[in-house]
Design a protein around this ligand. Structure first.
Ligand code: FAD
Ligand code: NAP
Length: 532
């Protein structure tokens, strides 16, 4: 392979993370090249075009904070923006900062190989091009590697198979069609009400019922938007002090659920339900720590599900039993109500799993469900999937897949021992998917930018995580996770949705402490890193 074009930094991915990384790298005067598999910018918001797709962190908060003019000028139309609106926003950012010219689109990075001899990475794309880069930044996304479910016969289906995670750019016409959807996670919860509106017959194949709290989405009041913008920097900073990087405007009381009387507790849950969305889990400060406290919140939501679904049998089947918040909480715009529609049917595939897909439908036990369209909302190989799909080789040819065979190991979720000058944005071991991800992304990109600048100031050529610091960090992340209720169910946070994936809780709860620790490492002369 010819050495290829030499650049200072190669960035993989053109979502929120890759775009901001390119912008900051340019600010340092680096020659930066981005590579993106999609044909445009946007990442998640380029791929996930299913009906109903929208953010579930409020638009005014789920957006970049790094440029005052940008955040002042962009006008959001809804409390939770739709996918087309978020994509327009990301495209606007790409245009405004002239970022597209640094990217190659429609190109997938196949391998990334370190050479001790040159102190450079060689990056090879799926069309055989090669680049040499001093730094590689993996802005490949935590939820960007869709799972192709291994259902026998799936490829024999004569109708149309649609993945929510790669929805066609031309909206499929569902009029008059019999549609089946597999999955009841966030993608399904968002899409089911709209798919039901468009088709004649909808069957929802549910394996595990989900908790969903109402979004209470609405057009954004211009006065509310103006008020936020008048003190935007303050809001952003307040959000950085929140465990999930969002929701600082939500009224809250700092109390444990069992510390207050039953009537106050119920009133508090009602208020949180009325506010809507993910802040529900912040109704009390111990809902993800104490199983008994959690059960009070779970029971409240179960009662709400029963109120929303007329048929008691359907309501019962839609009612989750696990810890609330253990799997990611879903945000509902008409999900439960959809099951009251005559042409919508819930099929429980927990006891009797989908046996096969046939040319004309889905076989569950003895029952065959006839379908024209099969929608798969079956999720992602989260956090490590996109990295695993690249052949990343560090010092001595060691493969990242091999290094992570027992579960991902990073230092601060940003760097991996044996892989010098390679950074992961929102990597495992960082708060990432437990936060408003734009906050985490900006934090990581800023940290990487400062670190690269520091290396040049000191005349150092490489930075690498030390094995002891990495081990300690991994132990710390596990210990924090074990203090919570997160490890109590088979979630994608734990890798439980991918057959054979090691069960390791991958994200780190608590953004503000993490950010302090990242700054502490820097302040302590990059403790735990070796510079050469
Ligand atoms: P991504 O947006 O995933 O971008 C990564 C990019 O890397 C992709 O475009 C991918 O094509 C590219 N890539 C990966 N591997 C390669 C390769 N080998 N070669 C070339 N390119 C590659 N988070 C929130 O905080 N709030 C929300 O409301 C929210 N809603 C979501 C809704 C959906 C439907 C999904 C799936 C996720 C949602 N998330 C949400 C998480 C979301 O992924 C992040 O908020 C954010 O968009 C991630 O940005 P990113 O740039 O890190 O990754
Ligand atoms: P997900 O949460 O992993 O849900 C996948 C669903 O598919 C689950 O219900 C799962 O059931 C089911 N499933 C998978 N394989 C199956 C099989 N073979 N048979 C039957 N059921 C099967 O994936 P997602 O809905 O795409 O969401 C992933 C994450 O992306 C979210 O948690 C969230 O972080 C983000 N997201 C956010 C939004 C938003 O509201 N802004 C929207 C979409 C996604 P089990 O639970 O039994 O495994």
């Amino acid at each position: 392979m010819a050495p290829g074009r030499s650049v200072d930094m190669l960035v993989v991915g053109a979502g929120f993370a890759g775009l901001y990384m390119v912008h900051r790298a340019r600010g340092l005067g680096l020659d930066v090249q981005g590579i993106e598999a999609a044909d445009g910018v946007g990442g998640t918001w380029w791929w996930n075009r299913y009906p109903g797709a929208r953010c579930d962190v409020e638009s005014l908060e789920y957006s970049y904070s790094f440029d005052e003019d940008l955040q002042q000028e962009w006008e959001w139309t809804e409390r939770y923006a739709t996918q087309p609106e978020i994509l327009r926003y990301v495209e606007h950012v790409a245009d405004r900062f002239d970022l597209r010219r640094s990217f190659r689109f429609g190109t997938r990075v196949a391998s990334v190989t370190w050479s001790d001899a040159t102190g450079r990475w060689t990056v090879v794309t799926d069309d055989g091009d090669a680049y040499e880069a001093r730094f590689v930044v993996m802005a490949t996304g935590c939820l960007s590697a869709p799972i192709d479910p291994q259902i026998p016969g799936l490829d024999t289906f004569a109708g149309e198979v649609l993945f929510t995670s790669r929805w066609p750019h031309t909206e499929p016409d569902l009029t008059g069609r019999r549609v089946g959807i597999v999955g009841t996670g966030s993608s399904a919860v968002q899409s089911i009400p709209l798919i039901a509106e468009r088709c004649d017959d909808l069957t929802v194949f549910q394996r595990t019922p989900t908790y969903a709290v109402p979004a209470h989405n609405r057009p954004l009041d211009p006065e509310e938007q103006a008020a936020v913008k008048a003190r935007y920097a303050e809001l952003r900073e307040a959000n950085r002090q929140m465990s999930i990087g969002a929701g600082s405007r939500v009224p809250r009381i700092d109390a444990a659920a069992l510390e207050v009387d039953e009537d106050i507790r119920q009133q508090r849950y009602e208020e949180a339900w009325e506010w809507g969305g993910l802040p529900f889990l912040g109704a009390f400060n111990d809902l993800l720590l104490d199983p008994e406290a959690n059960e009070t919140a779970a029971e409240f939501v179960r009662a709400k599900i029963r109120e929303q679904v007329s048929d008691p049998d359907v309501a019962e089947r839609l009612t989750p039993r696990q810890v609330i918040g253990c799997k990611r909480l879903c945000v509902d715009s008409g999900y439960y109500a959809t099951f009251d529609r005559d042409h919508v049917r819930l099929v429980d595939v927990s006891a009797t799993p989908i046996r096969s897909v046939t040319p004309t439908g889905v076989q569950i036990g003895d029952e065959h469900v006839e379908l024209d369209v099969l929608v798969l909302a079956t999720g992602f190989d989260a956090m490590t999937g996109a990295l695993d799909r690249i052949d990343v080789r560090g010092r001595d040819g060691v493969a990242l897949r091999q290094a992570w065979a027992g579960g991902p190991k990073t230092y601060l979720g940003l760097a991996v021992h044996g892989f010098p000058n390679l950074f992961t944005v929102t990597g495992p071991g960082s708060p990432s998917v437990l936060t408003n991800m734009v906050v985490s992304i900006e934090h990581h990109v800023d940290w990487i930018t400062d670190t690269v600048a520091m290396l040049d100031e000191r005349g150092a050529s490489t930075i690498e995580a030390e094995p002891e610091a990495q081990e300690e960090w991994v132990g710390y992340v596990n210990a924090v996770a074990d203090l919570t209720l997160f490890p109590t169910c088979g979630s994608w946070y734990l890798g439980a949705n991918v057959p054979g994936k090691p069960r390791v809780f991958m994200p780190l709860p608590g953004f503000p402490l993490y950010a302090e620790q990242g700054a502490g490492v820097v302040g302590d002369d990059y403790r735990g890193f070796t510079l050469t």
